[in-house]
Design a protein around this ligand. Structure first.
Ligand code: NAP
Length: 228
């Protein structure tokens, strides 16, 4: 396997996303990273290497995705849908579950992945891998009453992952979702068990090991199979 791979990462400006960028660069990958807000993207914009190209892209703004897609010259070996939001870990009766906030979560986490894959797929190499960053919170069997809409959004991510894997089966493109671990980011909080670097190192290693017979499956960051 050639080391010179092209990887596209959404939500690349902070958290797990920026560590995926750094780990990919350390492996000599060419990286395309997207950010949504310049003001929050200083760390990404300060990475100075020809191997990294950055684009402004909002995963719920179809025009911005199409614009980025039209500006990409290289074909992609990896497409990573990492961008995501959780408007809080409250329960049904919490403000986190206002109609507007719930629509935001579904919009970014689910529709954002679909739009990103839909418009970037024309750049995918034969044998490319499409990864959706999901969560163990999306599992159907659980006993939590919190984060209701976030759980539902990640269950939906795993579901669309299966549909998209079938869409690309004939092209031998592998599509899988991954739980990144419980990670110390703005979303994961300071009590989480893994650093974003530890998560990213494990994730990239697992993405590299992924084979076509893994298409349509959900994995932990270390490459072990997870239940939906
Ligand atoms: N941290 C954990 O413990 C954990 C556990 C399970 C799953 N995950 C998943 O892992 C992924 C990364 O999470 P994280 O912990 O790194 O979160 P984070 O630190 O909150 O970062 C989220 C990233 O997504 C971007 N984003 C949000 N909405 C976007 C939009 N509409 N368009 C483009 N980018 C957008 C953010 O950009 P801005 O800077 O512009 O907001 C940011 O780059 C998410 O899908 C999350 O659900 C995380």
């Amino acid at each position: 396997m050639s080391d010179f791979k092209n990887i596209f990462i959404t939500g690349a400006n902070r958290g797990i996303g920026i560590e995926l960028v750094k780990e990919s660069l350390s492996k000599n990958f060419s990286v395309i990273g997207t950010f949504r807000n310049k003001q929050k993207s200083e760390d990404l914009l300060n990475i100075n290497t020809k191997q990294l190209k950055v684009f402004e892209m909002n995963v719920i703004n179809e025009t911005s995705i199409i614009r980025v897609s039209n500006n990409i010259k290289s074909s992609l070996d990896y497409l990573i849908c990492n961008a995501g939001i959780n408007n809080g870990f409250g329960n049904l009766f919490d403000n986190d579950h206002s109609h507007k906030k719930m629509l935001d979560v579904l919009n970014v986490n689910v529709i954002g992945c679909i739009l990103t894959i839909k418009h970037l797929s024309k750049h995918l190499n034969a044998n490319a891998k499409v990864i959706l960053i999901s969560s163990v919170l999306g599992a159907q069997e659980h006993n939590g009453s919190n984060a209701t809409i976030y759980r539902a959004s990640k269950a939906a991510v795993n579901n669309i992952m299966v549909s998209i894997s079938e869409e690309f089966r004939d092209k031998k493109i592998t599509v899988a979702s991954f739980h990144p671990g419980w990670v110390r980011t703005d979303m994961g909080g300071s009590n989480a068990t893994m650093s974003s670097k530890e998560s990213a190192v494990a994730l990239i290693k697992s993405f590299e090991s992924l084979k076509f017979n893994n298409t349509g499956k959900f994995f932990n960051y270390d490459g072990t199979l997870m239940n939906f």
